[in-house]
Design a binder for this molecule. Sequence first.
Ligand code: SF4
Ligand code: SF4
Ligand code: SF4
Length: 227
Amino acid sequence: MSCTRRDFVSGAGALIAVAGSGLATSQLALGSNNEEKPIRYAMLHDEQVCIGCTACMEACRETNHVPEGVSRLEIIRSEPVGEFPNVKYEFFRQSCQHCTNAPCVKVCPTGASFIDKSTGIVDVNRDLCVGCSYCIAVCPYRVRFIHPEKKTADKCNFCRDTNLAQGKQPACVESCPTKALTFGDLNDPNSEISKAIKEKPVYRTKVELGTQPNLYHVPFAHGEPRR
Ligand code: SF4
Ligand code: SF4
Ligand code: SF4
């Protein structure tokens, strides 16, 4: 789980929208195209609350039957931040961003990679996937993999066919002991995630690529400023 400081920052991608204060930045971070779908699911990872326990990773693996050796979700730990005895670590969530403008969907030659029109969730139709790996090559967030047993592309799908289908929150959200994860509909201004994004400073990664990611982060409060 741990990594060097350089890997951590690289894994985090370019910081685009860290904010000092709430509303103006939140509006920036909400991005565009949020009116297009009836529901626009998104997730928020609060790095100030995350303790790096990886309960979310384990819950995802169990719920979605993800074999060892691959993962839909990584919690990446930074190098120590600060001086002993006041050492802290930053924890960064790496998983599918459910891009509104998803390169993985555009390159898929069979239509297996798709955006669910009613929720904005980016998912893979295993029956159509031929395992060509084009989507893996083009994903700028490096979160896709070939499922070692099914031989098809796989990644986080917000538990679309597991917990969500059962009317529950995603497994990672349910399992987090510190409530560091918030999931919900950004098109509903009264949803918990909409309110959280308005109230807290947030950032997304690699927005300069035009992917319009729907994974938000509350930045860690300590350590060097990210650039
Ligand atoms: S379960 Fe929560 S606190 Fe633990 S690593 Fe995941 S997000 Fe962080
Ligand atoms: S993060 Fe990667 S896999 Fe997920 S929607 Fe964006 S391009 Fe596709
Ligand atoms: S939303 Fe579901 S599939 Fe995505 S990381 Fe969380 S548990 Fe895994």
